[in-house]
Design a protein around this ligand. Structure first.
Ligand code: I3S
Length: 130
């Protein structure tokens, strides 16, 4: 890692299962495709892993449970609670990158989505002060 010294070890980390869909790529709107994802926050990068159920053949093995699908650089990103028009689901967060990609993140359990919201927001703030 090439983080400046005062930063080392200070970036927040978290991992867990979330529902996610990418809704825009570089400003281009995409069709929603909700899927469960093993989600990891590490070093200012949020990584969504492929839902093993969606891999061809559908065999759930240890290796295909950890295939990255999207890596999201949080520096310059924004996160907020999604408006009702974005989804009919409860507890939906919208994450926009500085390159114009957008993701929706959702989980029915309030505390889980609250914790992710807080840690992603805190991470974005830390990175902005870099
Ligand atoms: O924004 P939309 O088009 O209402 O999103 C829904 C669709 O992605 C739908 O898939 P189909 O277009 O194949 O029917 C999904 O099943 C829904 O979950 C999406 O809406 P929500 O409100 O759940 O994000």
């Amino acid at each position: 890692h090439n983080f400046p010294l005062p930063f080392q070890g200070s970036l927040l980390e978290k991992a867990g299962i979330l529902n996610k869909t990418k809704i825009a790529d570089n400003g281009k709107k995409l069709r929603k495709n909700w899927a469960q994802s093993w989600t990891v926050l590490h070093g200012g990068i949020l990584t969504f892993h492929k839902d093993p159920k969606t891999t061809p053949g559908g065999n759930v093995t240890k290796t295909n449970q950890i295939v990255p699908e999207y890596t999201v650089e949080l520096k310059g990103a924004m996160i907020y609670k999604a408006s009702k028009e974005k989804s009919s689901k409860k507890n939906v967060l919208e994450l926009k990158t500085r390159h114009g990609s957008e993701y929706l993140i959702q989980y029915d359990t309030d505390s889980i989505i609250h914790d992710w919201f807080k840690i992603i927001q805190d991470t974005i703030r830390h990175l902005d002060h870099d």
